[in-house]
Design a binder for this molecule. Structure first.
Ligand code: TPP
Length: 518
């Protein structure tokens, strides 16, 4: 074989590698065998197997959040893509760049309605910003370059390239050089001026932000807020935030609408920074869902696909922050607790032992909040949130983040109910020997749903209804589950036991799971 004569799949893998896409999270089938062969033949492409497509797509999300580059995924026709949808939904909300490669039947086989025939394109359109079907082997390389370009279009997009089997196995001489990056749209001077006027008005102002909250961005926000006597807040769920010692404090809008409304009360100007007007997570009978106070003006400083850093710098200049330093936090390691094991004692231990530059993947459900508080001024770290409300993102996202950043410890704060959606990700962590510590909040229930049951006004919480929100009978054995997939696991029931297990994991390479019975 020469470079001039290779399979369509090989031309695609080479195109990806040339464009900097060099990790593929995969769960293949027969229609993807030529792509699998092509992965094998290219030494510059790392392949990571996930045993369920939700693991594959969630890992691509974690990888993309941490590197800013898309991972490829390999998914098996409509059903494989369908299994991966929930975490692609989360990735879409996070604006994570991802290039999904989805195999399909050979072009001449599609008309026969074989068992796996499905509307792959239709399914992909529900969660992808960009979808294309390659129709010939000669088109594959060029389509691959377009997919990467689309994925990297600011602020980041989820893309799908559908690859009929014959386009993967037919030979081609086509090749495609990487396309240049699409720049973020420029910010508007008019919007900067409007926001600056609001900030100088003397009336209460809040800057509300979403997107990646890098330490540079949060420092600018903090300086603008200090200079103008206003406040800045982050949305409730943020794809990536840099927090901890040496950075400024980040307050997020609370999840429950009543609390969020309280935080926003009295605001006369809400300035959106890569965000949208705040609304409640769900609508509830007889409760407000629009959280902007009635007499508050909304201003858009900058949309998510524009030059956010440029807009913030211009706003900083307009309000004169040159002599206003950011109020950065000094390192504060909370003391370890003893006695009862609960989210507070767990949060203290996590913050106490968190190593520098750790990556915290939070899907802690109702138990995660204490660790958020405890780690405010812990060693500097990155914090990733569930952005799309679709549970089962934590274990996969941690897996992808660890593949992206092999020198950093990943701590996955994981509620037990959510963890069970994609528990297979532990196997990938073991196979790849990733430095991930999974902390399972084993409260043995769907706690948030027990709370929401009352809040939505559903009445009569009888035993049948409550049994739908309860994870006992039988109880899950998380330490056993982990061990069966090659991850050492330990069940702990006291703060002292947790402290010891967590400290041990921080000092031991490879994956580890702590089942914290709370
Ligand atoms: C894909 C998906 N399915 C179902 C739900 C509904 N749901 C929201 S929270 C939850 C259970 C959460 O339980 P757990 O993860 O144990 O956290 P806890 O509330 O106990 O802290 C469920 C089923 C969802 N958000 N996403």
């Amino acid at each position: 074989m020469t470079e001039q004569d290779r399979s369509g799949a090989e031309s695609l893998v080479q195109t990806f590698v040339d464009a900097g896409v060099n990790v593929c999270f995969a769960n293949p089938g027969t229609s993807e065998m030529h792509f699998v062969a092509a992965l094998d033949s290219n030494p510059d492409m790392r392949c990571v197997l996930g045993l369920f497509e939700g693991v594959v797509t969630g890992a691509a999300d974690g990888y993309g959040r941490m590197t800013g580059m898309p991972a490829a995924t390999l998914l098996h026709l409509g059903p494989g893509l369908g299994n991966g949808l929930a975490n692609l939904h989360n990735a879409k909300k996070a604006r994570t760049p991802i290039v999904n490669v989805i195999g399909d039947h050979a072009t001449y086989h599609r008309k026969y309605d074989a068992p796996l025939t499905s509307d792959v394109e239709g399914i992909a359109r529900t969660v992808c910003h960009w979808v294309k079907v390659s129709e010939t082997a000669d088109a594959v390389a060029g389509d691959g370059a377009l997919a990467v370009e689309a994925a990297l279009t600011p602020p980041g997009q989820v893309t799908a390239l559908i690859l009929p089997a014959d386009t993967a196995w037919n030979r081609t001489r086509a090749r495609a050089a990487p396309l240049s990056r699409v720049a973020a749209r420029p910010y508007s001077d008019g919007s900067v001026g409007e926001a600056a006027r609001a900030l100088r008005s003397g009336e209460p102002c809040v800057l509300l932000c979403n997107g990646h909250l890098t330490s540079e961005r949060t420092a600018l926000l903090d300086r603008i807020a200090r200079r103008t006597g206003s406040r800045w807040l982050a949305d409730t769920f943020i794809p990536r935030m840099q927090r901890g010692a040496g950075r400024v404090d980040t307050q997020r809008l609370p999840y429950f609408g009543e609390q969020a409304a309280e935080v926003l009360a009295g605001t006369r100007h809400l300035i959106l920074v890569s965000s949208q007007p705040p609304i409640t997570f769900f609508a509830y009978p007889d409760k407000p869902n629009w959280l902007t106070p009635a007499d508050c003006a909304l201003h858009v400083l900058v949309e998510r696909d524009r030059d956010i850093d440029g807009a913030l710098a211009a706003l900083g200049e307009a309000v004169g922050i040159a002599d206003t330093p950011a109020g950065v936090l000094a390192l504060q390691r909370p003391a370890l607790m003893t006695g009862a094991l609960n989210p507070v004692s767990i949060g203290a231990a996590v913050a106490h032992y968190l190593p520098e530059q750790a990556i915290v993947v939070e899907e802690g459900g109702v138990s995660g909040g204490a660790a958020v508080q405890a780690t405010r001024a812990a060693a500097p770290h990155d914090w990733l949130c569930l952005t799309g409300g679709s549970i089962g993102y934590g274990i996969p996202c941690a897996t992808g983040a660890a593949v992206a950043c092999p020198d950093r410890r990943v701590v996955n704060l994981q509620a037990d109910g959510s963890g069970m959606y994609t528990v297979q990700g532990l196997w990938t962590q073991a196979r790849e020997q990733l430095d991930i510590t999974t902390v399972i909040f084993a409260n043995r229930k769907y706690s948030i749903l027990q709370i929401e049951f009352g809040r939505v006004g559903a009445h009569n919480p009888g035993p049948k209804a409550m049994s739908m929100l309860d994870l006992t009978r039988p109880e899950l054995d998380w330490a056993g589950l982990a061990a069966s997939m090659g991850v050492p696991g330990r069940r702990v029931t006291t703060a002292e036991e947790f402290n010891r297990a967590f400290a041990e994991s921080m000092a031991t390479p490879g994956p580890f799971l702590i089942e914290a019975v709370i």
